[in-house]
Design a protein. Structure first.
Length: 116
């Protein structure tokens, strides 16, 4: 590393302590009334991650009346219920609940490439 560069490791209480273990990636998706597409997105993310990958998916929902949170849970996501509506508040709530050392923020209408 060049002398003027610096590295700040990110640690989390629940992060793996072994250097050989892969870093846990937390995918955080803020939602409000995303029921029509949330299951498809979560299926896409699970398929892209593959079995055994160190990935957690959090849906930061703001009491959507259309059942988004229930559908996200059924699809295997951990749902964080946000007290305040708004993208920034939802992203912050998801980040606070995340267990991973890498945070990946994703909008509910965005499908990353399968190789992300």
């Amino acid at each position: 590393m060049p002398p003027d560069a610096f590295y700040i490791p990110v640690s989390h209480a629940n992060s793996p302590s072994s250097a050989a273990a892969p870093a846990l990636v937390s995918i955080i998706i803020p939602t409000y009334n995303e029921a029509p597409g949330i299951a498809g997105l979560l299926g896409h993310l699970r398929a892209a991650a593959g079995p055994g990958e160190a990935v957690e998916i959090l849906v930061a929902d703001c009491n959507s009346p259309d059942g988004t949170a229930q559908l996200a849970r059924q699809a295997g996501a951990r749902v964080v219920t946000c007290a305040r509506k708004g993208r920034a508040a939802q992203l912050n709530a998801g980040a606070a609940a995340a267990e991973g050392s890498i945070l990946y923020f994703l909008h509910a209408d965005t499908y990353p490439p399968l190789t992300f």
